[in-house]
Design a protein around this ligand. Structure first.
Ligand code: XLS
Ligand code: NI
Ligand code: NI
Length: 435
């Protein structure tokens, strides 16, 4: 044991009346919700980057956190790994996620970086024999190093594409070896700053080739996890190609990859794209590509990806409603792509963030389950579209009637549709009954 979390007792469920700030009040992993354990619905994960790699910097100032693993090279990386697994145990959290560069320092060459990375992931493998925490997903950081300033797969320089392929090959293989349930590709700088220097078509072709290479390699090494693209409209680049779920689907379809890749939807990214979280979930659900979720929230006044912990059970219930209607997330889960604020210096702050986040998810899940069990929403939607079951209407939808036949039908039967209430306020109020 390190002394980073010295004196902190394991965080466990104590129920809604508990006043212990280091206990779960709603997240009760074994509680059955719609016949399934809460933990199996949520599959929560700690993001290594925000919790252990982020140093508290912002555009106006650098590091605010003082962590014992800082500035200590590989020794620091080993200490960080020890503390990370202590954290997973304290929270009793079943998953974590990481980028290659979160866990080990980069070397002077790809080979050296990979050696450092392997040394740490070998430690992970040993720790995972004793810990119950599993890998939800792995990913390669193809956006922080200056070589990637003009993109990775979409870089005008083919050698950058090649270097990125080298990183992804290693991280994909490591994810496979560690039993990772998914592999994520977030196109951090796969976009442009200005069209004045950009061949958009060429860059999209490059991105598609890169993704095809990843799909092929995953197959070749026998990786059975899900490959996920994480949509985001902008930030860091002015425009990112993986703008939102619909855009990603169009891209996948264009290049014939829609059966091989799903999406990892992040709450804050949905907002940046001008959507709600549940909108993105609903679109992915309708297209059959809902893979996993990055749980967080944005500060709605600041207009960027602030990656705060979720704290709105009502919004989360609407999201879970979509997820439950999807039949769950399968291999996916809820990765806390969220960080404590830069003034939250203490190790305990890391616990508070995750505890609040998990309690919010638990309340959202239970709210959505209650909405489903009550059945009103399903009934309202069912009734709203019931007209389409009528013979003539069904024929319009199935292609059994031409435009002219439909027009003639209106005349012949003197069709004169009467508007009906959409009942939005009634339905919104119902949510509050269940959350
Ligand atoms: C950044 C992204 C990133 C991905 C992983 O905005 O959310 O954290 O989840 O590369
Ligand atoms: Ni994310
Ligand atoms: Ni993000």
């Amino acid at each position: 044991m390190t002394d980073f979390f010295k004196g902190v007792a394991p965080v466990r469920f104590e129920g809604p009346s508990s006043t212990n700030p280091l206990a779960y009040r709603h997240y009760n992993k074994d509680e059955l919700v719609l016949g399934k354990r809460m933990e199996d619905h949520i599959r929560p994960a700690v993001a290594y980057w925000h919790t252990f790699a982020w140093e508290g910097g912002d555009p106006f100032g650098g590091r605010t956190f003082a962590r014992p693993w800082h500035d200590k090279g590989m020794d620091g990386a080993r200490l960080k790994a020890d503390i990370a697994f202590e954290f997973f145990d304290l929270l009793d959290i079943p998953f974590f996620c990481f980028h290659d560069v979160d866990v080990a320092p980069e070397g002077d060459s790809l080979a050296e970086s990979n050696r450092n990375l392997r040394a740490i992931t070998d430690i992970f493998a040993r720790k995972m024999e004793k810990s119950r925490t599993r890998l939800l997903w792995g990913t390669a950081n193809l956006f922080a190093n200056r070589r990637y300033m003009a993109g990775a797969a979409t870089n005008p320089d083919p050698y950058v594409f090649a270097y990125a392929a080298g990183q992804v090959r290693t991280m994909l293989e490591i994810t496979h070896e560690l039993g990772g349930a998914n592999y994520v590709l977030w196109g951090g700088r796969e976009g442009y700053e200005t069209l004045l220097n950009t061949n958009l078509k060429q860059e999209q072709d490059q991105a598609a080739r890169f993704l095809s290479l990843v799909v092929e390699h995953a197959r070749k090494i026998g990786y059975k996890g899900t490959l996920l693209i994480e949509p985001k409209p902008q930030e860091p680049t002015k425009h990112q190609y993986d703008y939102d779920v619909a855009t990603v689907y169009g891209f996948l379809k264009t290049y014939g990859l829609e059966k091989d890749v799903k999406v990892n939807i992040e709450v804050g990214h949905a907002f940046l794209a001008g959507h709600s979280f549940e909108h993105e979930l609903a679109v992915a659900r309708s297209l059959g590509i809902l893979g996993s979720v990055d749980a967080n929230r944005n500060d709605l006044q600041s207009g960027w990806d602030t990656d705060q912990f979720p704290n709105n059970p009502g919004e989360m219930a609407l999201a879970f409603y979509q997820i439950l209607k999807n039949g769950g997330l399968g291999n996916g889960g809820f990765n806390f792509d969220a960080k404590v604020r830069r003034q939250s210096l203490d190790p305990a702050d890391l616990l508070h963030g995750h505890i609040g986040g998990l309690d919010t998810l638990a309340r959202g899940l239970k709210g959505a389950a209650a909405m489903l069990e009550d059945g009103t929403y399903d009934r309202v939607i069912e009734e709203r579209y019931a007209g389409w079951k009528e013979k003539g209407a069904a024929a319009m939808l199935s292609g059994g009637r031409t435009l002219a036949q439909i027009a003639d039908w209106v005349d012949a039967d003197n069709i004169n549709p009467q508007p009906k209430s959409g009942q939005q306020e009634y339905l919104e109020n119902l949510v509050n009954r269940f959350v």
